[in-house]
Design a protein around this ligand. Structure first.
Ligand SMILES: [Zn+2]
Ligand SMILES: [Zn+2]
Length: 586
């Protein structure tokens, strides 16, 4: 049994118990155990067999025994009891967004034994009426659940729901699992730790290198002197850690034509149930294999060999070329790369909700090769994240000045590259479009990125009006994470992106591609529209700690997918040029 299935059983137990008794101590331990099992690198089944499950943090004897029963019989007593006490329909109701146990019980009591499937079908068909605890919102959620369960397993078109999940041709969400880009990296990293040393440099391929914002099929490419022998070693090595593999040995369609000794293919399933396709290539073939494995599948048929140097179409633009949307001769030669980026224009410090002092963030940015770093902590009145009012912003100026002096010393005395810390803010856009700081404070700053964090559920008209008021202020340089979506979690605001782009053109405001894989906002389609209209972009990590400065690559990938050139991205400018070109100087 896979970790994910074991985790699901404990999640189910916790969910059912929580409906009977809201007191967390009754079920919290089960929920925590489920999370632990789901993320564990080792197989829970193997640990249990070896009697070592108790070594895992948060797993006591009671949970250990339940796991043993589950592995032996497919269930355990407490779960069966909870299933009797809480019917499936009631459980399914509480899993709808925005429906708590009390509401679910009320709705369930009035249902008279109707199944959840029948309920969602009625909601989708428009025959379910408001009443008996059923609100308009619940009907909408039921209809959405119906669409999600009816969606087929196709490979997905270009469209995506507001929270990022790709939609099929009929506009229904395509069932997962979908992985965020950071999840893909961590799965590749987990694999790297488990692989034998004969296998080198495992890295994501496939949709990931095409700059997809969410990835459905995990492809990992690695190198070895003898791919066939290495593949045997990998099978053995991973089986001992609870990974499964489908031993089909058949080469992928897009690797067809390669000799068996050039590349080996493995279809793996992690203990958490995540399928991973691993291709191991030898040194001489790795470029060709990467070219083919990066896909999409139709690409190998079109272009079986990588073209001569200089004519290669970047992975990120292949899908558009295949779709006939982009002529290969129009592929820009100067697409932005991480190496072109000179600095960060939206990141936080411990002055607001960041975790590190300014000097630590700046040194981390310097170590990554940056020339400037704009401290853009949250502004007043965003108290939840310790937003800065004009007085604290003034005090922060002193700390930035001394950080710059320190960095200058490290440059002169230790030969460190020179990085300049800029004074900025992530300016709060209030519900009516007024700003969290007065112009007198903004005037002193080097960089102002304005973002929406509150009142995100406003109507489209209210949201665009807010943006209009903000953009009319020439002290605002850029709009941060314009649509506020959180990937797979929270929908975009009702913002009309086309209208936003038109206003950005009118006022020469820069739009952000927020590089956090949790956001990727603007997304690549929106960024492409912005570029087509002549809007410049800024790619920022929105880092709250030094390690997350590494997220930039995701933003660069999305910008490349949008076709952004070096000159389209203001982070690629030297600091002086960037500051001289601000709106306020025009
Ligand atoms: Zn923000
Ligand atoms: Zn931020």
């Amino acid at each position: 049994m896979r970790n994910a299935e074991i985790a699901d059983a404990f999640t189910e137990l916790a969910d059912r118990l929580a409906i009977i008794d809201p007191k967390p101590y009754r079920w919290m331990a089960y929920r925590k155990a489920a999370d632990t099992f789901r993320d564990l690198g080792d197989s829970v089944a193997v640990l249990s067999d070896e009697g070592r499950l108790g070594e895992v943090e948060g797993v006591g004897p009671a949970i250990e025994e339940k796991v043993r029963d589950l592995l032996a019989s497919g269930t355990f007593k407490a779960l069966e009891r909870a299933r009797e006490d809480v019917p499936d329909t009631l459980l399914a109701l509480t899993r709808l967004p925005g429906v708590g146990p009390a509401t679910a019980k009320k709705v369930h009591a009035a249902l008279d034994g109707e199944s959840f499937a029948s309920l969602t079908a009625r909601a989708a068909a428009g025959t379910l009426e408001v009443g008996d605890g059923i609100t308009r919102k619940i009907i909408d959620a039921l209809a959405a659940a119906h669409a999600a369960s009816a969606a087929n397993d196709g490979d997905g078109g270009g469209a995506a729901s507001a929270s990022g999940i790709p939609l099929d041709d009929a506009g229904a969400p395509i069932r997962g699992p979908w992985f965020r880009r950071d999840q893909v990296l961590s799965i590749a990293g987990m694999l790297e730790e488990l692989l034998p040393t004969t296998v080198r440099a495992p890295r994501p391929s496939g949709a990931y290198v095409r700059g997809a914002e969410l990835v459905r099929e995990l492809c990992v490419l690695a190198e070895a002197d003898d791919p066939v022998a290495a593949a045997d070693e990998v099978r053995e090595c991973l089986a001992a850690r609870g990974w499964e593999h489908a031993d089909d040995g058949a080469p992928l369609e897009r690797l067809a034509g390669l000799a068996a000794e050039q590349a080996a293919t493995l279809q793996l399933v992690s203990p958490a149930g995540i399928p991973v396709e691993l291709v191991i290539a030898d040194d001489a073939s790795v470029e060709l294999v990467e070219h083919r494995f990066a896909g999409p599948a139709a690409w190998a048929a079109r272009e079986p060999k990588p073209p001569a140097r200089g004519r290669r179409i970047p992975f990120e633009l292949r899908e558009r070329v295949l779709a006939g949307e982009l002529d290969p001769k129009d592929v820009p030669k100067d697409l932005v790369t991480a190496a072109h980026m000179r600095g960060e224009l939206h990141a936080h410090s411990d002055w607001s909700d960041g975790r590190a002092p300014i000097i630590d963030m700046a040194r981390a940015a310097r170590a990554r090769g940056d020339e400037f770093f704009a401290v853009c902590d949250h502004s007043a009145p965003y108290a939840m994240v310790n937003g800065l009012d004009p007085a604290r912003l003034q005090a922060q100026a002193d700390e930035i000045a001394s950080a710059n002096e320190q960095l200058q010393r490290e440059h002169e005395e230790a030969g460190e590259p020179l990085l300049r810390v800029l004074r900025g803010t992530e300016l709060e856009i209030l519900a009516d479009g007024s700003l969290g700081l007065p112009d007198s404070a903004l005037e002193q700053l080097d960089w102002v990125v304005a973002s929406i964090h509150v009142q995100q559920r406003q109507s489209a008209a209210a949201i665009i009006e807010r943006m209009r008021r903000v953009m009319e202020n020439p002290l605002v340089d850029a709009i941060g994470h314009p649509t506020s979506r959180r990937m797979l979690v929270r929908d975009r605001t009702a913002l009309d992106v086309e209208q936003l782009i038109a206003m950005a053109v009118e006022h020469a405001v820069i739009l952000e591609v927020n590089a956090n894989p949790d956001r990727l906002d603007l997304d690549s389609d929106q960024a492409r529209m912005a570029l087509a209209a002549g809007v410049r972009l800024t790619i920022n990590t929105d880092a709250h700690r030094p390690s997350t400065l590494a997220l930039r690559d995701h933003g660069v990938a999305v910008a490349r997918r949008a076709g952004a050139r070096v000159g389209d991205v203001v982070n690629c400018l030297p600091a002086e040029e960037l500051l001289a070109g601000r709106r306020r100087n025009r």
